[in-house]
Design a protein. Structure first.
Length: 206
């Protein structure tokens, strides 16, 4: 989102389940012990959706990445974003926990299989929305909703869930955006992700 807006920012590598999580500065900023964490002056927020919403509204003069608040178009935008976070991101995290990190959360093939099926059933909603040929979820313009969906689709591909051709095409197009490539280079440097033997699933550490 910051790259799309052309905003200069500093990143600090805090890898989950490492000593970095015990860094006093990090713990003071974020008692949840989760990443990401966004800090701007006195503002500290840690939910991806909240970060996307804040940046879209705060920097509208740079690039319109969300409709105006209080409009019906914004209600649709919010709905798409929250659906993505609740119905797509959440089951993918179940797969991460019980397929990619069994030593931490316990292994459960049933949970992984069920979550994968649930994701594929719910992502059909997005496939149908793109069925009219629109390039982006809201129509002709890229928005934060596309950013969040593309993140989930990329994750789904990592854990070897088969997407529809339309969603694969959507993901491929989003991944060619310069902002996407710059963000991926920062968030996933060489060695940041490793494949868990026997699962083909990524244990992302960035």
């Amino acid at each position: 989102m910051l790259a799309e807006l052309g905003i200069e920012y500093e990143t600090r590598a805090i890898l989950p389940r490492t000593e970095g999580m015990n860094d006093p500065v990090f713990k003071e900023l974020n008692q949840r012990g989760k990443v990401p964490v966004f800090q701007q002056a006195d503002l500290v927020i840690g939910e991806s959706g909240a970060i996307v919403f804040y940046l879209a509204d705060r920097y509208r003069e740079r690039h319109l990445l969300a409709p105006e608040r209080g409009t019906s178009e914004r209600a649709v935008f919010d709905d798409l974003c929250l659906f993505t976070l609740m119905e797509l991101d959440a089951p993918l995290y179940v797969i991460r926990r019980h397929g990619g990190l069994p030593d931490v959360y316990g292994e459960s093939e049933v949970a992984v299989e069920s979550a994968g099926k649930y994701f594929l059933r719910q992502v059909e909603v997005m496939d149908r929305r793109l069925a009219d040929g629109r390039p982006f979820l809201l129509g002709e313009s890229f928005s934060g909703a596309d950013l969040l969906l593309a993140t989930c689709l990329a994750w789904a591909q990592i854990v070897e869930l088969t997407l529809t051709p339309r969603l694969e095409d959507f993901q491929a197009r989003i991944s060619t955006r310069e902002a996407f490539k710059r963000a991926m280079a920062v968030n996933f440097p060489p060695g940041a992700a490793r494949l868990v033997p026997g699962t083909g699933r990524a244990d992302s550490k960035a």
